[in-house]
Design a protein around this ligand. Structure first.
Ligand SMILES: Nc1ncnc2c1ncn2[C@@H]1O[C@H](COP(=O)(O)OP(=O)(O)OP(=O)(O)O)[C@@H](O)[C@H]1O
Length: 295
């Protein structure tokens, strides 16, 4: 087994009486694209700061490819980082910035970098002070993806990108994975996480709620079923996990949680003419976890 890209053991951080991160146990395998999700204040940025050695844990430890995250000089040779708020030296042009970032980072593939500059339509001749938020983000993304760093830590990397650039981002993440790199992606863009991540971790109030693949998460959550029928309506009220959403003449719409066997038996007893099952999106799953009632 290759060393995990990220491993944490009881990783905890408190700020005074605020427990920002509480006993995080996480393993991110080498080569996977891993989504890190949670509502505001869940502890995502705190985790990233601990992984980057920008803060010290109150308890527990973290390793980057088995290098202690606190050993910043060694750990940062293995990773590239894109922060949520990209700050750049205002007087340097895009081209100068990429050169500077390449000189300080874990090694850059210049041919691939040129391809990424074209792909993200980055005008390298302009000074950074004239860049929009999205352009600053592109500089950081191009610099990070052009490295051969085995781990890419991306914190809200596409919040300033338009939908076309968002697609280019997804394509570039897929290339990083094909290249054997690990991607740790912290994002509120759930469609993006759903599209690119192999597994996701869900964090809430400093604690890990779940780690699973998106299909696994889907199986745990409600699907929406529409059944059309002739004759008597199927009798589903006793089925565990059944919740009626609507009914009309010859049509029933309901949500279902858990295994569908009992519902299928009940449906089989009726004369069903059409059946559609819609699986929940990651966004719906996320809202299920963080429903307004218990925020
Ligand atoms: N330097 C600090 N001093 C005091 N409290 C802090 C500090 N940094 C974070 N916190 C608190 O720790 C908790 C976790 O914050 P964190 O920034 O890690 O959340 P987050 O999941 O990244 O949220 P967001 O999605 O809003 O970025 C919050 O309650 C926050 O107020």
């Amino acid at each position: 087994m290759p060393a995990p890209a990220i491993r944490t053991e009881n990783l905890s951080k408190s700020y005074g009486s605020v427990q920002a991160l509480d006993g995080l146990e996480l393993t991110v395998h080498a080569g996977e694209v891993f989504g890190f999700l949670g509502p505001n204040g869940a502890g995502k940025s705190t985790t990233i700061r601990l992984l980057l050695g920008l803060a010290r844990p109150t308890a527990g430890r973290a390793w980057i490819f088995e290098v202690d995250a606190g050993d910043v000089a060694a750990a940062h040779r293995l990773l590239a980082y894109v922060p949520a708020d990209v700050a750049l030296w205002p007087q340097l042009t895009g081209a100068e910035l990429l050169e500077l970032l390449a000189a300080t980072g874990p090694g850059t593939d210049s041919a691939y970098r040129a391809e990424l500059v074209a792909r993200f339509e980055l005008d390298l001749s302009r000074p950074a002070r004239t860049y929009s938020t999205g352009n600053r983000q592109k500089v950081a993304l191009v610099a990070a993806f052009a490295t051969r760093a085995p781990l890419l830590v991306l914190d809200e990397p596409t919040s300033g990108l338009d939908p076309l650039m968002e697609l280019q981002f997804r394509r570039t993440v897929a290339e990083a994975r094909d290249n054997g790199q690990t991607v740790f992606l912290c994002s509120h863009q759930l469609a993006e996480v759903e599209a690119v991540c192999d597994r996701v971790a869900i964090l809430r109030a400093g604690r890990l709620v779940d780690v699973a693949t998106v299909p696994e998460l889907r199986r745990l959550h409600r699907s929406e079923v529409t059944a059309e029928f002739t004759g008597p309506a199927p009798e589903l009220t006793d089925v565990a996990g059944f919740e009626l959403l609507g009914r009309a003449d010859g049509m029933l719409r309901f949500s279902l949680a858990g295994p569908p066997a009992a519902a299928l038996r009940a449906l089989a007893a009726a004369d069903i003419t059409a059946l559609t099952v819609r699986e929940p999106s990651l966004e719906e799953i996320f809202l299920d976890y963080y429903g307004q009632a218990d925020r």
